[in-house]
Design a protein around this ligand. Structure first.
Ligand code: DON
Length: 568
């Protein structure tokens, strides 16, 4: 009785009096990922005494079995790590262009970008990085043997698992589109006798490949029978990768991007991802404004985010690429001084047309002085362990099922990541992203990515582990989850579920998901000069946050797609 009266008088108090049941809660470890089996693989490793990195490797390999749209050994990804002892790392296992690639390889005789070659078939694949990346992670930060952490994935491939509804549906679509890829149809679509939801899906070829990797490590993938299979399957579909390309592949330990936002530290992925730099530069621009009196998803809120997004994505088009090949001005782009300079022409009432926002030129960039105190299928998963180590991983084949090339007899798909290069300056790729010299194709170069695995911490303690799929929209998705949690104090699940929108400078359009903008907000934005375009739901954020009440961890799988969490 008493409680009812209090909550009627002070409706806001109910937030404090009642706690919503989180999707998952655990004090010893949490995994949030696309598939339940993959989450359980991670928890199994944590329970056996492994740390978050061991578990992340187990989850990665498990996703290569349960989520063939994006989980992979034929693709690549990024892992951002924050260890409880203060060590921070970014592992880059992004695919590389084969040595005989060249900048015009996707142009036809009249200089036009070929519409399909960078997306389907052998030329579309970069040299896969996942196997080397997992080994690097284990060697540098893991505590368990490869043999142990790969066990759950091998079990899933060998014994099979119940075909999830969403995978059955994706495979039925793949069956129609992969007519020219008989091995892909054989392995994943049973030659047209499609798997139905709940049927057991076994992958003996993939199990064999995983066992080879388990036994021999990198040698089991980058040389020997699997490497031969990769090169032959790529060649049969018009590609140019060689055994040398495979044997020369290395995963790289990189300095993570470190920024700060309203007292929180932001740890994210450096080049060859654009994610960390763009995220931190946008947060720096947002930090110049307060959201205290700005209603969530009002026209004013959307305008602020859209304006910083346009600026960051325009600089991405010129300044970002593989830093082993192109000098990326990373310290400048993530500086507070850059944010102040970039926002000098911000108009709080009107949209700046994208045509009036130029990427910074050399002399403008030179004028920014640093000060000493400044320091459509992919999958993201997050892991924390009982010691407070945290791992944020985004991994991909690029598009769903990548290039559609399955390695003959070895049961895995190859990526179509070559499309993330800029095939021709100024011509958008499949995500509408524009690039230039910094992201031109060069032999051995890594293509620019938007993947943004991120860890947010305060006073050295991890608070949030976050990331998303979604091509160009990944960075703005992560930005919105951070904005929702820090500036709007949403619970993690609210922040993850909240509808989202996106602006990437070119095209000059705000795209927005279902229920993201009220009619009133839409009208106000149009008055400010924006063009709006509705799209379907996107961005499967799989995040974890420290729980303030009990000190454990809350996992928040995205409600949009069928993601899961597990904890103990
Ligand atoms: O690395 C990138 O930015 C893209 N290849 C990611 C692709 C992606 O997120 C597709 N997902 N929905």
């Amino acid at each position: 009785m008493k409680l009812t009266r209090i909550s009627i008088l002070f409706p806001l108090l109910t937030t404090y009096l009642f706690a919503a049941q989180p999707a998952v809660y655990g004090e010893n470890g949490v995994v949030v990922a696309h598939d339940l089996e993959a989450c359980e693989a991670g928890i199994q490793i944590l329970k056996a005494g492994g740390n978050a990195v061991d578990a992340a490797v187990a989850v990665s390999y498990a996703l290569a079995v349960t989520h063939p749209q994006a989980g992979n050994i034929g693709g690549g990804g990024f892992m951002v790590i924050q260890m409880a002892d203060g060590r921070k790392a970014a592992i880059d296992y992004r695919e590389k262009a084969p040595a005989s690639s060249h900048r015009d390889m996707f142009l036809d005789d009249s200089g036009r970008v070929h519409p399909v070659k960078s997306l389907r078939g052998g030329l579309a694949s970069g040299i896969p990085g996942t196997v080397a990346g997992m080994q690097k992670a284990l060697d540098e930060y893991g505590s368990m043997s490869r043999k142990k952490v790969m066990k759950p994935a091998i079990h899933l491939a060998q014994k099979g698992f119940e075909m999830p509804y969403d995978l059955a549906y994706s495979l039925s679509r793949l069956n129609k589109k992969a007519e020219d890829f008989p091995e892909t149809r054989r392995v994943f679509c049973r030659d047209g006798d499609l798997y139905r939801p709940s049927e057991i899906f076994k992958q003996p070829d993939l199990a064999k490949t995983l066992k080879l990797i388990q036994r021999k490590g990198n040698m089991g993938f980058y040389s020997g029978a699997v490497a031969d299979g990769i090169v032959r399957s790529i060649a049969a579909q018009g590609g140019i990768a060689t055994l040398d390309d495979l044997v020369n592949y290395r995963a790289v330990l990189r300095q993570p991007i470190v920024g700060n936002y309203r007292g929180y530290e932001i740890l994210s992925m450096p080049p060859p991802s654009s994610g960390g730099i763009a995220l931190v530069s946008m947060l720096n621009m947002l930090e110049l404004m307060s959201f205290d009196s700005v209603e969530w998803h009002s026209a004013e809120h959307i305008h602020r985010l859209a304006e910083v997004e346009k600026r960051a994505y325009s600089d991405r088009s010129v300044w970002l690429g593989d830093s082993d090949f192109y000098e990326v001005p990373r310290d400048k782009l993530i500086s507070k001084a850059y944010a102040r300079y970039r926002m000098m022409d911000y108009d709080s009432l009107m949209a700046s047309p994208s045509d009036s926002i130029y990427p910074l030129n050399d002399s403008e960039l030179a004028s920014i002085e640093l000060h000493d105190n400044e320091s459509e299928e992919t999958t993201h998963f997050s892991v924390v362990d009982r010691w407070g180590n945290a791992v944020s991983v985004t991994t991909t084949l690029n598009w769903s099922f990548g290039s559609y090339v399955t390695v003959q007899g070895f049961g895995f798909l190859l990526n179509n990541e070559m499309d993330d290069f800029s095939a021709k300056p100024g011509v958008p790729n499949s995500y509408g992203l524009i690039g230039n010299e910094a992201n031109a194709i060069e032999p051995g170069k890594r293509m620019l990515s938007s993947m943004t695995p991120t860890i947010v911490s305060k006073d050295g303690q991890v608070e949030l582990v976050v990331g998303a799929p979604g091509g160009a929209t990944i960075i703005t998705t992560v930005l919105q989850v951070i904005n929702n949690t820090i500036d709007y104090e949403m619970s993690l699940q609210e922040a993850v579920n909240a509808p989202r929108f996106h602006h990437q400078w070119q095209p000059d359009v705000i795209t927005y998901g279902p229920r993201a903008l009220s009619l009133e907000t839409q009208e106000a934005l149009k008055q400010m000069g924006y063009t709006l375009e509705r799209r379907s739901a996107y961005g499967e954020v799989n995040a974890i946050m420290r729980d303030k009440r009990y000190g454990g961890w809350i996992g928040a799988p995205d409600y949009r797609l069928s993601s899961h969490g597990a904890a103990y």
